[in-house]
Design a binder for this molecule. Structure first.
Ligand SMILES: Cc1ncc(COP(=O)(O)O)c(C=O)c1O
Length: 377
């Protein structure tokens, strides 16, 4: 089958680019000390995640328990559920552990450590836990230097239902760092906070075998990873316009695109209309603050090559408005009514989440495979 025979909008993945992105990150980290723990949050698909692992005994991170259950069904056992745990999810984690999945959970408060410890005791589970650290003030985690870290550690170490396994942090602020030097500084901070916190736990006589850091930009730009035991990254497998804008990849390295049909032209406004609105592209506008604003996506021909400076400037549910970046009155001439275009996404995780499968190509417009995704929670 050819892309031209598919219904639109749909999700297209270039297998050769995925393989190359995975190869480059693997090579980049190899020999540097920490192991790579690929994050399944973008892919949510065994055919993709499996390519990023050496073998099924390799570690993975997940963003939902559904991903954890799905990957375990495919033979993967070492799973970090890298979102703060909620009490209502503990039974599902316990069930997974009972059948042989080594699922580690994450928390950042004395209260939650107590809840998990009690529940673990009642369920006869011994939940391995990483304490989450806040290295950039963006989200969850214990602030650097806060003595509550050791308090949480003592609760986890003392309760029969938990096992203190270490610390983890994610420098989400790397997505806002605009220069290689800025990403290097974020990566240094991510590493320093994790390593210093691990030291604080150890000085208090507590175990801390795991020191886990990572995001795709910091995985690429970190200069010093000493003391870190694992690096997590997920979007590197796909890449997207945010990563290209940060200098983490080239636009040509983006493996994922949305196939859309041109359904109209508004010549007097300089617009082309496609059937890929925010239900297909997502509302993510991650490059809005970048030097080059890529709107809701960069428009390419069916062969995947950019048509020029042509972007999706606005979206409604099922309509995407395509125009020249920076405006102008002429509607893009290369996108004629009835044409198929491929739109490179701003944020791969968000765009992929709008679809239940990947139509896989390998450098041409021939669909060579269809891979299912596991959405939901
Ligand atoms: C906890 C955690 N670790 C790792 C990652 C992977 O980062 P990236 O998507 O930049 O590869 C994420 C992404 O959101 C995350 O939330």
């Amino acid at each position: 089958m050819d892309l031209s025979e598919l219904g639109t909008p749909c999700l297209v993945l270039d297998r050769g680019k995925i393989d190359e992105n995975i190869r480059r990150m693997r090579e980049h980290l190899s020999g540097r000390g920490p192991v790579l723990r690929p994050h399944a949050k973008t892919a949510k698909c065994i055919e993709v995640v499996g390519r990023a692992l050496d073998d099924p005994s390799s570690p993975v991170a997940v963003s939902t328990l559904k991903e954890a259950e799905y990957l375990f069904e495919h033979g993967i056992k070492d799973i970090l559920y890298a979102v703060g745990i909620a009490p209502v999810k503990l039974e599902r984690v316990a069930r997974l552990r009972e059948v042989g999945a080594d699922v580690t959970i994450v928390l950042d408060s004395v209260e939650m450590a107590g809840i998990v410890g009690k529940r673990g005791g009642a369920l006869g589970a011994n939940f391995p836990v990483l304490i989450e650290l806040d290295c950039d003030g963006q989200r969850a985690g214990v602030a650097p230097g806060d003595p509550v870290l050791v308090e949480i550690g003592r609760v986890l170490d003392g309760e029969p239902g938990t096992e203190l396994r270490g610390v983890m942090t994610h420098a989400g602020v790397s997505y806002q760092a605009r220069t290689p030097e800025a990403i290097q500084a974020v990566a240094a901070r991510e590493r320093d906070v994790a390593v210093e916190s691990a030291g604080a736990l150890r000085r208090a006589g507590l175990p801390c075998p795991v020191v886990s850091v990572g995001s795709t930009p910091t995985a690429w730009f970190a200069e010093d990873l000493s003391g870190v035991t694992e690096v997590r990254a997920g979007v590197y497998m796909f890449n997207d316009l945010v990563m290209a804008g940060l200098g983490v990849c080239e636009v040509d390295d983006i493996a994922i695109s949305v196939l859309a049909s041109v359904i109209g032209r508004q010549e007097d406004r300089g617009w082309v209309i496609t059937d890929a609105g925010w239900m297909a592209l997502s509302r993510d506008r991650g490059t809005a603050g970048h030097e080059v604003d890529q709107g809701f996506g960069l428009v390419c021909g069916i062969d995947g090559a950019p048509l020029g400076d042509i972007v999706v400037t606005s979206t409604s549910q099922e309509h995407g408005i395509v125009a020249h970046r920076g405006g102008g009155h002429a509607a893009p001439a290369k996108a004629r009514i009835g044409d198929l275009v491929r739109i490179l996404p701003s944020h791969a995780c968000a765009t992929a989440a709008m679809f239940d499968r990947y139509h896989v190509v390998d450098g041409s417009t021939e669909v060579v495979e269809v891979w299912q995704r596991v959405n939901g929670w």
